[in-house]
Design a protein around this ligand. Sequence first.
Ligand code: PA5
Length: 393
Amino acid sequence: MKIDVSTYVNQFLDSKLVEKYSNRKDEIFKKLDQADMNGWLNPDDSFIDQLLEVRNEVLSHSKCLVVIGIGGSFLGAKAFYEMFTPYFKKNSFPIIFAGTTLSSTYMKELLEYLDNIDFTVNVISKSGTTRETELTYSVLKKLLEKKYSPKEVKKHIIVTTDPVKGTLRDEINREGYHSFVIPDNIGGRYSLLTAAHLFPLSFCLDIKELILGYQEGLNFRNDAFLYAVCRRSLFDLGKVVENFVAYENNWYYYLEWLKQLFGETEGKKGKGILPISMIHTRDLHSLGQFIQEGNKIIYETFFKLKNMPVCNVNGKDLHKINLIIEDSVISAHVSGEVPCIIIELDDFSPRSMGRLSSFYFLVAAYSGYLFDIDPFDQPGVEVYKTEVKRRLA
Ligand code: PA5
């Protein structure tokens, strides 16, 4: 993985600002090492064998897994599922991600679909009190109870939640469901290497490769800090929006995952960089005009994939054409006063994406500290949750 925060950025930066933020390195490294919520720096993978056993059991009796969760209990698994399953999923074991919408149309169609299929539910919620998750789980549990005997229902529910607290933990203790934990010292958006994501992903990719890459990514502390300094300095120069750009359609949810990571980490106390995303070349024909000639509040991070499957079109490798377009766009945007950070990956695999993901956890945490906010809480999300609770009481 190569992280280039200088070639297309330095010309826009002010060296005094960079120096000011760079000087905070020791203080910030220490802060992260001492943070209560830094469990993601030393993830526990001792539960993997048990996790694979439960997966095999599910495969023996179900034709599909329904994952119920939202936010940090959803996006990581969804992102990797989309990236590492075929576009046209004809023969694979489907994973349905429910609980992200309270659309009645969606729910009706989901219930009709599941009525005719053997399925297992994996409900994921650290707090156990998220309304979307609670509601969806209660509806799907009723369907399971209609389809199976009480003994069978137990095999079709897997719960991932807090190790001790919450209604879901109480239910596990009462009913004896298979269960996994989201550790106390890991917040939702930093929970990629917990069972919240690894269990669903064990159905579609080699999670041991993902874990290996994740551990490698944690060694990129210096690059992550440089990236955070670059972001913080650009912010002071009025570049208050970061646009994450990928050239593969199946990165859509990965960019959503990044948006959540930075949005919830930094958007506090009137501060923070707004994360947005684009998939090229599609979005060049929508937001491209704004990026090139609109308000100069944006900088971009481009993901570049060096090696991809060869597909010849009119005697030319399509991926090479995609890369030429990517270079051309970077050049055009830099000429339009848009600084561009480049992250190049040698290959596209669970391992390389695991590496990129833990690298981004570091960038997010350091960026939060550079804004002098707590990178691990999300008090603003609670405001709407409390209001919903009041109105639906
Ligand atoms: O990152 C976060 O902490 C949030 O996005 C939560 O994951 C999200 O609100 C869901 O919470 P829970 O897992 O408690 O249902």
